[in-house]
Design a protein around this ligand. Structure first.
Ligand SMILES: C[C@@H](Nc1nc2c(c3cc(-c4cn[nH]c4)ccc13)C(=O)N=C/C2=C\CC1CC1)C(C)(C)C
Length: 324
């Protein structure tokens, strides 16, 4: 049985009247499928209810033929392997198990019934400092956890930051993540998560993947290199966008957006809070090794008063107020 596969059990009696417990993997017929929550490039995410325990899940359905035709098998395996590594944090969508039928693959996952952070931001226009601090802290805590597990997300953006029923963060969409080689195997000793921001830089293999234009890092555009610090560049763009209501680098088309990123061509709107400006300026730095690392971001004045760790995830999410 592959790790993470779930099972139901069924009592069966054999010809001698002996009863046996048969382990039966859950399948499509164990769920009532509901509305479509989101469409990926080669997948659909549907709301679903387990008919046995009435629990609600999100089920990502992937069409096997399409995946093979589009040569996306690698991405599906990366997403499953990444999700199987990231099971111990409240800020990451959890994969419970997978199953398949002749046509499709099914990933049974946490349902983030609050939807996309982007949707909430569009409705609000922008967030005030308190809300930006709370959502920024939960996103950072989740990114720090991914990095500690050797995973670089590489496509962090408000569409991939989901909200659960209690309006806490659930990061999703790991099809383009990068799993770093296990440091234990590479270097003798060491605690595993090296503090090196360039950790994971792909110098050898050509990187075909580039994230979403507005959030892609300069190093990915310049040297096709994604490293842990690339996620912190995207984090800086998200903090800016929550307060300003728009991303820092946005132009008429992708090419012009890339030019603005490489030239660090962005400005703060009038009234952008000073303390947040200082943080963003230390994240939107062209050289990834000069970007503020996670521990220094946690200690930045902007996050003063944030209780990191479990307390962050236990507190009530702040009522969303626009930053006018
Ligand atoms: C980013 C993603 N969108 C979404 N992915 C997931 C959702 C999800 C939920 C809503 C939603 C809920 N209520 N209202 C909207 C809107 C979009 C969603 C969810 O609940 N659970 C797991 C998900 C994804 C799991 C994935 C790691 C395997 C795309 C657009 C790619 C389909």
């Amino acid at each position: 049985r592959e790790r993470g596969s779930a099972s139901a059990t069924r009592q069966e009696s054999d010809s001698n009247g002996q009863t046996h417990t048969r382990v039966v993997k859950k399948g499509v017929k164990d769920f009532n499928f509901g509305r479509t929550l989101g469409e990926g490039s080669y997948s659909t995410v549907l709301a679903a209810t387990d008919r046995q325990n009435l629990k609600e899940y999100a089920i990502k359905v992937l069409d096997k033929r399409h995946i093979i035709k589009e040569k996306k098998v690698k991405y599906v395996n990366i997403e499953r392997d990444t999700l199987n590594r990231l099971t111990e944090h409240p800020g990451v969508v959890r994969l419970y198990y997978t199953f398949q039928d002749e046509r499709s693959l099914y990933f049974v996952l946490d349902l983030a019934s609050g939807g996309e952070l982007l949707g909430v931001l569009k409705k609000m226009g922008s967030f005030d400092v308190e809300c930006t601090r709370f959502y920024g802290a939960e996103i950072l805590d989740s990114v720090a956890y991914m990095h500690s597990r050797g995973v670089i997300h590489r496509d962090l953006k408000p569409e991939n930051v989901l909200l659960d029923r209690e309006m806490h963060v659930k990061i999703t969409d790991f099809g383009t993540a990068k799993i770093l080689p296990d440091p234990q195997k590479r270097a003798v000793g060491g605690d595993g998560s090296s503090g090196d921001p360039m950790d994971g830089a792909e110098t050898d293999r050509a990187v075909s993947f580039v994230g979403t234009a507005e959030y892609v890092s300069p190093e990915l555009l310049r040297d096709k290199n994604a490293c842990k610090a690339s996620d912190l560049w995207a984090f800086g763009c998200i903090i800016y966008q929550l307060l300003a209501g728009r991303p820092p680098f946005k132009a008429a088309n992708e090419y012009l957006t890339f030019q603005k990123i490489l030239a660090l061509d962005y400005t703060f709107p009038d009234g952008f809070p000073e303390v947040a400006r200082d943080l963003v300026e230390r994240l939107l730095v062209l050289d990834p090794t000069s970007r503020l690392p996670v521990e220094h971001i946690r200690n930045h004045r902007f996050f003063e008063g944030v209780q990191w760790g479990k307390a962050l995830w236990r507190q009530k999410a702040p009522r969303l107020k626009a930053y006018v």
